[in-house]
Write a protein that binds this ligand. Structure first.
Ligand SMILES: [Zn+2]
Length: 264
C-alpha cells in the first residue's frame, strides 16, 4: 500500500486517493463575519496556549474522503453565517439545520485535531465505529456524539473565532482522547466519543471545567432540538436542529425536515 495514502484517517473505508491538505477546522466557519482574525485557541502544541491565526491545514484526509465530508463543512458554514447575521439587531430569522450533520462535523473536527497532533504528544487514531459514523455509514450509539453546553465560552472574543478544549481520560494506563469542547463563535459543543463522558465531566472529573462555561455549573444536553442565542442587542434567536428527520417544538409538535418539495 502507498504510504502516502495510508495517512488518511478514513483509510479503513477504502477508496483513498491523494492527500488533500484538509483544513483542521473548516474554513467555512471563518468565511462569514466581521473580517475577524482567524483564531483557534486551546491547541496544546502551541506554546503558552497562544492563539494561532488561520485555519491550519494538515495532510490527514485524502481528497476523496475530504470531499465526501463537504456537507458537514457547509452545515457549520450556515451556522457561522447565521451567527454573523445576528450581529445586526434587526435580523430576526430562525435557522434550521440537520442535527446529524452538525454532530458529524463536531466529531470530524475533534478527530482532525487529534490526528493532526493538536491534542497531545501522541497522535490519535479514531476507531472504525467513529469513522463510519462521521461518514454517515452507521448511526452513533446513544449518548455518543453532540452535546450543547450551557453558558458561554470564556475565550469568546467580540470578533469571534473557534476554541478547542480536548478531554483525555485514563483507560488501560493510557490517556486517551475521549472528546473535546469545540466553541464556534462562542457557542460551545461537546463532541463525545464515550457514552459516559458528559456525566463523568458533570461529576467533577475535570475541576477546572465546573465553572468554565457557567457559574451555575457544568451542564450538557445531548442532541438538543434547539440552540438559543442570546444577543446583547435584539431578541434571542434560535437554531432548530432536526434529529432522525424531524424538528421538535416546545409545544410537543414535530415537523419533517428538510421539508419535501411538492411532488406534482
Ligand atoms: Zn481516504
Amino acid at each position: 500500500m502507498d504510504s502516502r495514502k495510508s495517512r488518511c484517517w478514513a483509510s479503513d473505508l477504502g477508496g483513498c486517493d491523494s492527500m488533500s491538505g484538509e483544513h483542521i477546522i473548516s474554513n467555512a466557519v471563518f468565511r462569514h463575519g466581521c473580517s475577524c482574525p482567524l483564531i483557534v485557541k486551546g491547541v496544546s502544541r502551541i506554546r503558552m496556549g497562544e492563539p494561532t491565526y488561520g485555519a491550519e491545514k494538515s495532510n490527514i484526509l485524502c481528497r476523496q474522503h475530504n470531499s465526501m465530508l463537504s456537507p458537514l463543512d457547509s452545515t457549520v458554514g450556515k451556522l457561522a453565517k447565521f451567527q454573523s447575521d445576528a450581529c445586526d439587531e434587526s435580523f430576526n430569522e430562525t435557522l434550521y439545520l440537520e442535527g446529524e450533520l452538525l454532530e458529524r462535523w463536531i466529531l470530524k473536527t475533534v478527530v482532525n485535531s487529534g490526528v493532526a497532533g493538536w491534542t497531545g504528544s501522541t497522535k490519535f487514531r479514531p476507531s472504525a465505529e467513529v469513522v463510519k459514523a462521521i461518514f454517515g455509514i452507521t448511526p452513533l450509539p446513544e449518548r455518543i456524539g453532540l452535546y450543547i453546553v450551557e453558558g458561554v465560552d470564556p475565550n469568546l472574543r467580540p470578533s469571534g473565532g473557534v476554541s478547542f478544549f480536548p478531554i483525555h481520560l485514563l483507560a488501560n494506563r493510557e490517556m486517551l482522547l475521549a472528546g473535546a469542547y469545540v466553541s464556534v463563535h462562542g457557542m460551545t459543543f461537546l463532541g463525545a466519543f464515550h457514552d459516559d463522558l458528559a456525566s463523568i465531566l458533570e461529576g467533577g472529573a475535570v475541576p477546572d471545567l465546573m465553572n468554565r462555561f457557567s457559574s451555575k455549573g457544568l451542564k450538557h444536553i445531548f442532541r438538543p432540538g434547539c440552540l438559543f442565542m442570546e444577543r446583547k442587542r435584539g431578541e434571542a434567536l434560535y437554531v432548530g436542529l432536526s434529529w432522525n428527520g424531524f424538528l421538535r417544538f416546545s409545544d410537543g409538535t414535530k415537523a419533517p425536515f428538510p421539508r419535501k418539495k411538492c411532488e406534482s
